[in-house]
Ligand binder design. Structure first.
Ligand code: PLP
Length: 447
């Protein structure tokens, strides 16, 4: 029987942690080794842990909490929708769903949105739609990519997280990334022939051009090292897709909605994909929501063909209301202008770190989406931790940052800076100062 003690609001931090460990499972964790931090509240760029201590959130949780913790307008909009209508089945028309679809068409220049619950579901449905529309089955994706944890999206990913589910779903062909710091073709950006695009054409030829439904790429690669492509990459990729009748799908789950100072990252390079998938910053994480936004060609196809797909919670009114408000906040609080301004400051500080610390091999950034790539040796570029692994130096760096109550995302030899877009300049500097202390420690360890 449930007692009043079993209702939220009364358990101690210790009991909360214990209950979570005993009765729930955590993502990407060896369950017995997981030591989840208790979170009890938050405001702006900070959250509070179970001991009442405040943390600077330098990764916006999972790079999704773009408008920061507990934004009053988000709380208000969600409460208002809850009071009006909590749920309508996915075949019903509701005001928030219509308004959000209309806004997404306006800001992306595409036509219609199909709503999912997050990014994995968006990519699953984008792949399915591309196959239905083109009548082709293969999907080209990149090795350094993550598209989600469900079977299809996981297979579409190049990230080693896909290995345990292989062989996954058939039809995925992977190509190399525009990773100029470690060019897979041994070239440099100013003297190469953009082999990162031309080899895709070769792969298309080898696979059979009429078998390729879509090329699926992250707008800017996120969790595999934040790879910003050279300026002509997307125009060339767009032209390649057009040449072969292949749909270009950009996964803007992480790079979209203000993170780089634009609605979607490809707007930096002036191209328009056929399909955009998004989630995370669409609601800033306040409610679960993803979307597959499609162009006229795809939308028209489904005017007289069945859309073989549906989800009980597609177009959930509370999620869509959160999305509508979130997008209004980006515009009315001039968030993108703020990202441009703070992004320039962040870029200058990252470049200074690269010049100052031996362990900083490269820094890559667009807006408030950025990473430090760490090395043991600048000349050889030997990574500070191996691909898909860790090292004492990376662990020491992460431990230092954590000890200062800065919540940061690090993986392999990468350390991200992706704070809420509402962070102040002082908060940003405070977090970066802690990073610098950690980098100095790593330099000392490397001798
Ligand atoms: N695509 C990208 C680029 C992501 O970064 C993620 C999650 O981190 C996903 C898809 C999966 O989204 P979700 O976790 O909402 O299913």
């Amino acid at each position: 029987m449930t007692s009043t003690q079993d209702r939220p609001g009364v358990a101690s931090a210790h009991d909360i942690a214990q209950m979570n460990r005993d009765y729930t499972m955590f993502s990407w964790s060896v369950q017995g080794a997981s030591t989840p931090m208790v979170m009890t509240g938050g405001k702006g760029s900070h959250f509070t842990d179970g001991n009442g201590d405040s943390w600077l959130d330098f990764s916006s949780q999972l790079i999704n909490l773009n408008v920061g913790h507990q934004h009053p307008r988000m709380l208000e909009a969600i409460k208002k929708q809850v009071d009006t209508l909590c749920f309508a089945g996915p075949s019903f028309a509701t005001e928030p769903r219509g308004l959000l679809g209309k806004k997404l068409a306006e800001v992306t220049g595409l036509s219609k949105a199909f709503f999912t619950l997050g990014g994995s579901g968006a990519n699953e449905n984008a792949i399915k739609m591309a196959r239905l529309v083109t009548g082709r089955d293969k999907i080209i994706t990149r090795y350094r990519s993550y598209h989600g944890a469900t079977m299809g999206s996981m297979t579409a990913s190049g990230d080693p997280r896909r290995w345990p589910v292989e062989p996954g779903v058939p039809g995925v062909v992977r190509v190399f990334d525009p990773y100029c710091y470690r060019c897979p073709f041994g070239k440099t950006p100013d003297s190469c022939g953009r082999e990162c695009v031309s080899h895709i054409e070769e792969v298309i030829q080898m696979e059979g051009p009429t078998s390729i439904a879509a090329i699926l790429v992250e707008g800017i690669t996120g969790s595999n090292g934040l790879i910003v492509p050279p300026d002509d990459y997307y125009p060339k990729l767009r032209a390649l897709c057009d040449r072969y009748g292949i749909l270009l799908i950009t996964d803007e789950v992480m790079s979209g909605f203000g993170r780089t100072g634009k609605w979607v990252a490809t707007q930096h390079w002036g191209i328009r994909p056929d399909i955009i998938t998004c989630a995370k910053g669409l609601t800033s994480g306040y409610m679960p929501l993803g979307a597959v936004i499609v162009n006229e060609r795809v939308a028209n196809y489904f005017e007289d063909h069945m859309l073989w797909g549906g989800l009980t919670y597609s177009g959930h009114p509370v999620s869509c209301a959160a999305g509508v408000e979130n997008l209004a906040i980006y515009e009315e609080e001039h968030i993108f202008e703020r990202v441009d301004e703070l992004g320039a400051h962040l870029a200058a500080r990252l470049e200074a770190m690269k010049a100052k610390y031996a362990c900083v091999g490269d820094v890559r950034y667009k807006g408030l989406f950025s990473v430090l790539e760490l090395v043991k040796d600048k000349a050889t570029k030997e990574p500070l931790a191996p691909f898909n692994g860790t090292s004492p130096e990376m662990n020491a760096l992460a431990a230092h940052i954590k000890s200062k109550h800065v919540y940061a995302y690090s993986r392999f030899n990468f350390l991200w800076v992706c704070p809420p877009l509402v962070i102040t300049k002082d908060e940003l500097d405070a977090g970066l100062d802690v990073y610098e202390e950690g980098l100095a420690k790593v330099d000392a360890l490397l001798g």
